[in-house]
Design a protein around this ligand. Sequence first.
Ligand code: HEC
Length: 204
Amino acid sequence: MKHETIEKNTGLMGVLIALVISVAGFAEIVPLMFQAQTTQPMEGIEPFPALQLAGRDVYVKEGCYNCHSQMVRPFVSESLRYGPPVEAGETVYGRPFQWGSKRTGPDLARVGGRYTDEWHLAHLINPRDLVPESNMPGYPWLLDKYVDGELVERKMRTLKWLGHPYSDAQIDEAASVTEGASEMEALIAYLQYLGLANNGRRQQ
Ligand code: HEC
């Protein structure tokens, strides 16, 4: 009888379905928010240095995540190509995280150190100069745009307030370290930094 009432009342059924799904969802998600494995940085993982942080913003601004993931999944084929799977503790300083889900281009989670700075520079100006069949757009204008050092300093202060362990010295020198750098330089510094703390594990 009671079941019939629910079946005949679409509104009530909708509310109850939402309730059941939320409870199940919370049961899966909430514990993850408190597990050290997912919320604490892995050994050797530190917040992005000033120039790399600025480069990360260029990456986000230019929408690189629309074609590139930063999430090596736990499959042999992925590990052979990109290195060990990405773990949550590696990306705790990613605000917002850049895991992505679209792979028009290769995963970039561990691209740091794979190419030289010169390679990246030429590739970012015109990818087809190096990879003739590439459909990645060029970003030559990044050479003519400059990082706002003071803004980087303010961002680092905010991130520290949110819990990133920046030292006062790092924050104080942020503006002078980044001032005058082109967005291209910052972006390359960011790419070269990606996965570096964990690239050693590739050998395993
Ligand atoms: C329209 C999709 C698209 C966008 C947007 C895009 N890429 Fe790519 N990217 C590709 C493709 C496809 C390749 C593989 C061919 C090549 O190397 O050019 C690639 C390759 C790369 C590589 C070499 C990776 C490797 O392991 O060989 C890097 C580094 C890279 N992209 C960085 C970037 C950055 C940084 C941005 C944003 C400024 C960006 N890409 C935007 C599609 C894209």
